[in-house]
Design a protein around this ligand. Sequence first.
Ligand code: HEM
Length: 464
Amino acid sequence: MPAIEQLPGPAGLPLLGNALQLKSSQVYRQLCEWADRYGSIYTFRIGRRRILVISDAALIGELLRDRPEKFRRWSKMEELGLEVGADGVFVAEGQKWRRHRELVVPAFDKLHVKHFWSRLEAVTERLENHWRARAIARRAFDIRQDSMSYTVDIVAGFAFGHDLNTLNDKDSVLQGHLSQFLHTAARRQAAIFPYWRYLKSKLDRKFDASLAQINQTVNEMIAQARVRIAVDPSLCERPGNMVEALVAYQNNNDTRALSDGEIVGNVLTFLLAGEDTTANTIAWTIYYMARHPDIQREMQREVDSVIGAGTRLSDIRQIDELRYVNAVIQESMRLKPVFPLLTLEPNQDVLIDNVSVTRGTPLFLLPGHLGQQSGCFTDAWQMRPERWLDDARYVDDNHKAFMPFGSGPRYCPGHRLAKLECLMAISTLARNFHVLPDPDAVETSEIYAFTLCPSHVPVLLSKR
Ligand code: HEM
């Protein structure tokens, strides 16, 4: 039974380990590169801390399912989350996690995505009008910015019922601050030492300012929800958004009710978990649409037949008919998994793949890397949407190696909303516009900032 130190891995320096080889914006790709070199289970060090990296589909699935009892999220995530007030379901553990998940996820489901349709339609109409103006201007632009505004407007509506309209209000602070937040979180995740607690760099000071702004916005939204409930107590029975649902538990004296701080933490969690992930999925899908005119034509053919004379989906049931568009989104998620690295640790000494691993050892799982493994997917590096449409050429694909939303009891509770947002935005784009890459722009690169972001997605739109 080998000890973790005996596993293969990159050589490091005595005190620093491999820290100098890990640039925070490239951490994920570096870990994948090492996985290609050292295998599906290897080790490296950040300072003295030894980390186990796993990119085996069955093993990842097993560890994710064995939560919260045998494994938990890496305690550093909880530490970093609590430090900035994100005291919500993502960082909670054990009984606390059960309580948060039990209250927050149904609160989210209660406002079932179906009931949210009219808000989604309104935000999508705004996006369509915005793109029409872009097409008329005939100038290249970075469409990733639009996808970020779109998703922050939707998730904020869902979380606290407020229409932020960041798409038209470029001075709106929230969206920029959320991105700033994630960049800093990624940097701190890879840091050897929590230097920011002693000495703040310019970036850390910028982060503190962003955090203060986000907290101010969230607290204002919660205060407004309380006023609405005080004026109309019947809202406790039929809350219109997540904050109202969570405040209702408090007003009903439910013993499980979240504290004020936990409500703030969960709103912050949903904003962070829901914005960049979905925005980057939309942005990467557009990136591929622009580079594959044949795929784009097929998407246009499908949306034309589903939408008919209109310019957007008009009924939620139409999303099931967008099979090809859905396949393109799935394929983009396989090639550019936006949440590709999950970090856990064992709650007790365990055997993982016959390696003895002590309690508290950080485990870095690379579900995103599985998508590009030739052992898991035929033509792994090619964009092949038809693989998701029961095409006989791809019968050997291992769909269990595709887990963009995680697995097990902590599976992403936002997956339905995310899918709906992606389908709405992408089908609207395909129905109304041709998308071309900007020939003068520098090539898009990947940036790992907790999510895998495109550096930019510069495109030209023309009206169909
Ligand atoms: C394409 C978009 C999205 C992707 C790829 C994604 C992916 C993920 C992944 C991989 C996890 C970790 C799952 C695990 O540990 O097994 C997660 C957790 C989570 N996601 Fe998402 N997500 C997306 C959108 C959203 C949205 C729209 C929301 C809410 C508005 C959301 C809320 C959450 C929350 C609250 C958790 C923590 C769940 C827990 O720890 O119990 N996500 N997501």
